[in-house]
Design a binder for this molecule. Structure first.
Ligand code: DCP
Ligand code: MG
Length: 356
């Protein structure tokens, strides 16, 4: 079986970070999102509040007692949802295999990419740039390990468990940290003397099944770092793209064409890998004053050759008036997806000239 590459992305102190982003006066202070008062509960706390023992699910009364300076902020779910959507579409630019677990976390299957760690780094960078929030990323060969890894260097963390370290990693891992082993199961395992992955490995598969039912098969695998759960996407890709931020802002036409060429090749290679079909080419430029513009062109048929993509994107770039500004970021996206099945069998990618 092919070795998979899975990324787990989890936003840091999600609700609280959004509040600190939107209300700068809260930055650096202990913040709890939730309602103050006798029946209130903390949804989440900023990292400044956590050392006091203020966490998700702690009652507001207890939280206040533990941290008298604590600032309560009422939740704004519509805003968190919108940010979540924004992050979701960003993730979908990298692979259609995105499985959201909640508003602030998702799995990605990036097996087709050369380096999952590089993709994760790039995703973290883009989340920071586009939402001004930080995320932590975990990278490994399956969901269980990727999920554990994203927790390892929080906040703003990135942690990879490479294939050769999987066994030693799970050996020492307390079983309550395994993704897929809940509180009740963990308590039962403790009673049976199973405390780490290494302990779990001492058990025969049939014996685990006798104790835990069908789940015993999965637990047998977990102890060996094996987790066959797949990343199940919840929606269909709408667009696909790539972008680059320059080391130095530029308005040199030659360099811009080179940068466009590099981004375009990346877009084209993603398009081929995902067999994506879209009719609209969108060029995005960010200027040195941080203003952003997009220029787009829609075709009657999906973009089916690299030369078409080249011609249209070159023309889009040529059509922009810089007004004396320099460019700091250039992105290219293909959108307006052709619905699945509508073009079956008719679509032919041109693998000839220019498509590397
Ligand atoms: N949440 C909630 N009640 C809980 C747990 C979470 O309302 N009992 C909400 C608030 C969190 C969001 O879900 O911001 C994401 O949950 P996480 O467990 O990922 O916690 P955070 O993102 O807040 O912190 P961390 O940095 O530990 O991921
Ligand atoms: Mg989180």
């Amino acid at each position: 079986m092919k070795q998979r590459k899975i990324i787990h992305i989890d936003m840091d102190a999600f609700y609280a970070s959004v509040e600190q982003r939107d209300r700068p006066e809260l930055r650096g202070l202990p913040v709890a999102v939730g309602h103050d008062g006798p029946r209130g509960v903390v949804a989440t706390a900023s990292y400044e509040a956590r050392p006091f023992g203020v966490h998700s699910a702690v009652s507001s009364v207890l939280a206040r007692r533990r941290c008298p300076e604590l600032i309560f902020v009422p939740p704004r779910f519509e805003v968190y949802k919108a940010v979540s959507q924004q992050i979701r579409s960003l993730l979908l630019e990298y692979t259609p295999l995105v499985e959201p677990l909640s508003l602030d976390e998702a799995f990605l299957d990036v097996t087709t990419e050369r380096s999952a760690t590089l993709v994760a780094r790039e995703i973290k960078r883009r989340i920071r740039m586009e939402t001004e929030l930080t995320a932590s990323a975990g990278i490994s060969v399956n969901k269980m390990l990727a999920k554990i890894a994203s927790d390892y260097r929080k906040p703003d963390g990135l942690f990879t468990i490479p294939p050769r370290q999987v066994l030693s990693f799970v050996s020492e891992l307390p079983i309550e940290r395994f993704f897929g082993i809940g509180e009740v199961t963990a308590a039962k395992m403790h009673r049976l003397g199973i405390h780490t992955g290494a302990d779990l490995r001492q058990w025969e598969e049939a014996e685990l099944v006798r104790q835990f039912g069908k789940a015993g098969h999965a637990y047998y695998g977990y102890g060996r770092g094996i987790d066959l759960r797949e990343v199940i996407p919840d929606r269909i890709r709408k667009s696909l793209g790539a972008e680059t931020t320059f080391t130095l802002d530029t308005d040199d036409p030659k360099q811009l064409l080179l940068e466009l060429e590099a981004v375009r090749r990346e877009v084209w290679s993603r398009l081929l890998r995902h067999e994506f079909r879209g009719r609209t080419v969108v060029l995005k430029l960010k200027f040195d004053d941080f203003r952003q513009i997009t220029r787009s062109r829609s075709l009657s048929e999906p973009v089916d050759s690299y030369s078409t993509l080249s011609r249209i994107s070159d023309e889009l770039l040529a059509s922009v008036d810089f007004h004396g500004r320099k460019i700091r970021l250039l992105g290219l996206t293909i959108g307006n997806a052709t619905g699945a099945g509508t073009n079956c069998g008719q679509m032919r990618f041109d693998f000839g000239q220019g498509s590397r």
